[in-house]
Design a protein around this ligand. Structure first.
Ligand code: SF4
Length: 449
């Protein structure tokens, strides 16, 4: 039985979805899930057997590719009749590797990701997989997406930008997602309003290169700062800028975040290397001095700001000395945590052709060292916040009897679970911390919003 070209509600076809990679991918999977929902499919959690399975892949490292293949195989092992659709960055870059896995039904590239229903042929399994990918230069449309935290409507990740025009030598994202493009500003505000109506308390702005946001409205060109001004006018309790390139974090943005109660005092600012030569080889658009000045300026303007930093270890020609430069630089900076990545050769990138490959065991060891540094930084940051008051957006209560949430400067806190805390922003006093995992806090139960 079919209805409108798709399987009818009576058949209760089920679909489960899974995402690998960044927040942007998560927001896109959420939108694909709600498209299924609107067409009458029943959503099932990932891991439960379903008639259809959608995997939105990542290709940031070799490990990400490997994980994609493992997940596909495991889903098919558990349920060989599942109709398997694979999309996302890995699907755009290496469709043949995916279609070569027996049992995969449909591989969709970046441009085809949101047109899934046009290609799925009623989700009937066939003996061969179908691959639909367009050249990446054709990926010029902006597809609206937002995602929420798994089971509570507290934070929504709102996609405002996609693609990237930079050419960092290690990065495959421009090849997988295409040119930089942005959502028109009136659509951003419209979607932010929708999220507010749905009850979200925090909107996290996401994109591949969010700081590079640019859109036209009549004669006027809107940049990220203009979007922030527009969002500031709305009744949003909290707005967070997820990640921003250091060269795009302008004084105007800093001043707005400083002066507005709505903007979280938290930035995630990729560094990638603290060694000058490596930064040049990476083709990053700033040098160490610029980055250092920016971080001190931020700390001076917004005391107690939370700052996260992306860093890559094991980039070609990263000698012990160059790695030590990175370590020393990060150790000296006023930051609160690191996201550490092991360099992984990506096909068709400039870095993959550079001599001086670093062996895998050194990459692992350097990763370990920086993760340890990150734990120390986070613990120190948490400790400096003990005896301070913060507003926390509480998520869902856990089985351990606590409810967890994040402060505006991105400290994870927990308090004894209590009725009515969920999805509320409440003031807490941080009482202690024993680790870099979270801080203990007391809440005076006064609801702020
Ligand atoms: S800014 Fe560089 S690292 Fe980030 S997506 Fe663009 S090319 Fe990749």
């Amino acid at each position: 039985m079919q209805s409108g070209g798709f399987i009818s509600l009576k058949m209760e076809k089920t679909v489960s979805l899974h995402t690998l990679g960044c927040k942007l991918n998560y927001s896109e999977t959420s939108t694909i899930a709600s498209n299924f929902n609107q067409k009458g499919f029943k959503l099932k959690p990932f891991g439960e057997s379903s008639d259809i399975f959608v995997l939105n892949t990542c290709s940031v490292t070799d490990n990400a590719d490997k994980e994609c293949r493992q997940i596909i195989r495991s889903v098919l092992n558990n349920n060989p009749d599942t109709y398997v659709i694979v999309t996302g960055c890995y699907a755009q870059l290496q469709p043949d590797e995916i279609s070569g896995i027996g049992g995969v039904d449909l591989v969709l590239g970046t441009n085809e990701k949101f047109k899934l229903f046009d290609y799925a042929d009623n989700f009937q399994k066939k003996s061969l997989s179908c691959v639909f990918t367009s050249p990446i230069k054709e990926a010029t449309d902006f597809e609206y997406a937002y995602s929420s935290d798994v089971d509570s409507r507290t934070r929504a990740f709102l996609k405002i930008q996609d693609g990237c025009d930079y050419n960092c030598s290690f990065c495959t994202i421009p090849l997988a997602r295409g040119k930089s493009r942005s959502q028109p500003v009136y659509e951003v505000t419209q979607n932010a309003r929708k999220l507010l109506d749905l009850g979200y308390q925090e909107i996290v702005l996401t994109g591949v290169n969010t700081g590079d946001y640019i859109s036209d409205a009549g004669e006027k060109k809107y940049r990220l700062i203009d979007v922030l001004y527009e969002l500031e006018k709305l009744n949003i309790p909290r707005i967070r800028i997820s990640s921003i390139e250091p060269n795009l974090l302008s004084d105007e943005i800093i001043q707005l975040v400083k002066s507005s109660e709505k903007f979280c005092k938290h930035f995630h600012i990729p560094l990638q290397s603290g060694d000058s030569e490596t930064l040049k080889l990476m083709r990053r658009r700033y040098n160490k001095d610029y980055y250092e000045n920016l971080l001190y300026k931020l700390n001076e303007e917004i005391p107690n700001i939370g700052i996260g930093v992306d860093v890559i270890v094991g980039f070609p020609q990263e000698s012990d000395e160059r790695f030590n430069n990175t370590f020393g630089f990060l150790e000296s900076l006023p930051i609160s945590y690191l996201h550490v990545f092991s360099y992984s050769e990506r096909r068709k990138t400039h870095a993959a052709s550079l001599p001086g490959s670093v062996n895998i065991s050194a990459r692992k060891e350097r990763s370990r060292i920086l993760r340890e540094l990150s734990n120390k930084k986070r613990f120190n940051f948490y400790q400096t916040n003990v005896n301070k008051t913060h507003n926390v957006l509480f998520e869902t209560a856990k089985e351990d009897g606590y409810i967890y949430g994040f402060t505006e400067n991105y400290i994870k806190v927990r308090v004894q679970a209590s009725e009515g805390f969920e999805n509320k922003i409440l003031p807490v006093g941080i009482t202690k911390t024993d680790s870099y995992h979270f801080c203990e806090a007391l809440c005076n139960e006064m609801v702020l919003s």
